[in-house]
Design a protein around this ligand. Structure first.
Ligand SMILES: [Zn+2]
Length: 121
């Protein structure tokens, strides 16, 4: 599947302005719920980061796997994920992306947010 170009997006959605996506952390506690407007982008989903950190406590490891994700998601064979993600967000009420990372940490969800913000402008 090929990637939808910006020109095509503008053609089909001329008035479309992407809304701001934010990040939330999934905390596995009894009384903690992620917001209903959050799309989960963990490894169990098609939007997860397939790269593993050697040391999740090391900020540099976060940067490395996010860098790997950024390269990987830009590959033509991953274009279907980008298309699926953009369609899902465009036609939904999602305003947050939920991952296990702390929001203070760099996360592959930041790359998804960049992709989202870039495609409509
Ligand atoms: Zn994350």
């Amino acid at each position: 599947m090929r990637q939808v170009t910006e020109a095509e997006l503008k053609q089909f959605y001329p008035d479309f302005v992407p809304w701001q996506l934010g990040r939330v952390q999934i905390i596995r506690k009894k009384d903690h719920h992620i917001p209903e407007d959050a799309l989960t982008v963990t490894r169990r989903t098609p939007f997860g980061n397939p790269f593993y950190m050697t040391d999740p406590k090391d900020p540099e490891c976060h940067e490395i796997v996010v860098r790997e994700f950024r390269k990987w998601i830009a590959k033509p064979e991953q274009a279907w994920r980008v298309t699926q993600f953009l369609n899902l967000v465009r036609h939904s009420e999602f305003h947050h992306l939920a991952c296990n990372c702390k929001t203070s940490e760099i996360c592959h969800a930041d790359v998804w947010i960049e992709i989202w913000m870039k495609q409509g402008v």
